[in-house]
Design a binder for this molecule. Structure first.
Ligand code: XMP
Ligand code: MG
Length: 177
């Protein structure tokens, strides 16, 4: 992966990510033993994280995907959230674990939590790889959290800048942003 080198610096290495993913998966495996777990993966940013996590959760589970749009291609939230792709099944009575890439202002997740809660799941919890508390505009409780980061715009491991850089295997910071 040499293409990025002049534009992106490493913030969280691939080894650190993979080690933390295994720890989170072990916690989730313990907490959901005996339950019928559904991972609700938020498109597109959480997909790399969610698939690595799912591979290490030692339980039968189901996968759902939910697309939301709150950013219009730049680095600042518009505050307006829309569901662009909905889950494929009714969520009532299910144990839902939302998988997200990053909680930044928290506005996207506040909307999603309210939206999913209104569908009457048996339980609803949140797993986010990253949290950026410096920019929080609403309080969101993260049940399973990978890393807390400073106020950088990050890319890689699912996160993009203008739809590019998602395939980097680490979390990086855009140089000069
Ligand atoms: P909010 O502000 O609503 O943002 O908590 C959540 C969504 O915004 C995107 N986001 C980022 N994407 N690098 C990215 O590539 C970032 O540093 C970043 N901060 C927020 C992301 O899609 C997240 O789900
Ligand atoms: Mg996202």
């Amino acid at each position: 992966m040499a293409f990025y080198e002049s534009q992106v610096g490493v913030l969280i290495s691939e080894d650190k990510l993979q080690a933390r993913v295994r720890e989170l998966a072990a916690e989730i495996t313990r907490d959901y033993a005996g339950k019928d777990l559904t991972l609700v993966c938020v498109l597109k940013g959480s997909v790399f994280f969610a698939m690595d996590l799912a591979k290490h959760i030692d339980l039968p589970l189901k996968l759902e995907f939910l697309g939301v749009s709150s950013y219009q291609g730049g680095t600042e939230t518009t505050g307006e959230v829309r569901i662009t792709t909905d889950v494929s099944k009714p969520m009532a009575g299910k144990h839902l674990l939302i998988i997200e890439d990053i909680i930044d202002t928290g506005l996207t997740m506040q909307f999603l939590l309210e939206n999913l809660r209104a569908r009457h799941p048996a339980s609803l919890k949140l797993c986010s790889l990253l949290e950026k508390p410096a920019r929080a505009r609403t309080k969101v409780d993260i049940d399973y959290k990978g890393f807390v980061i400073d106020d950088h715009f990050v890319v890689g491991y699912g996160l993009d800048y203008g739809e590019v850089y998602r395939n980097l295997p680490f979390i990086g910071v855009m140089k000069g942003k």
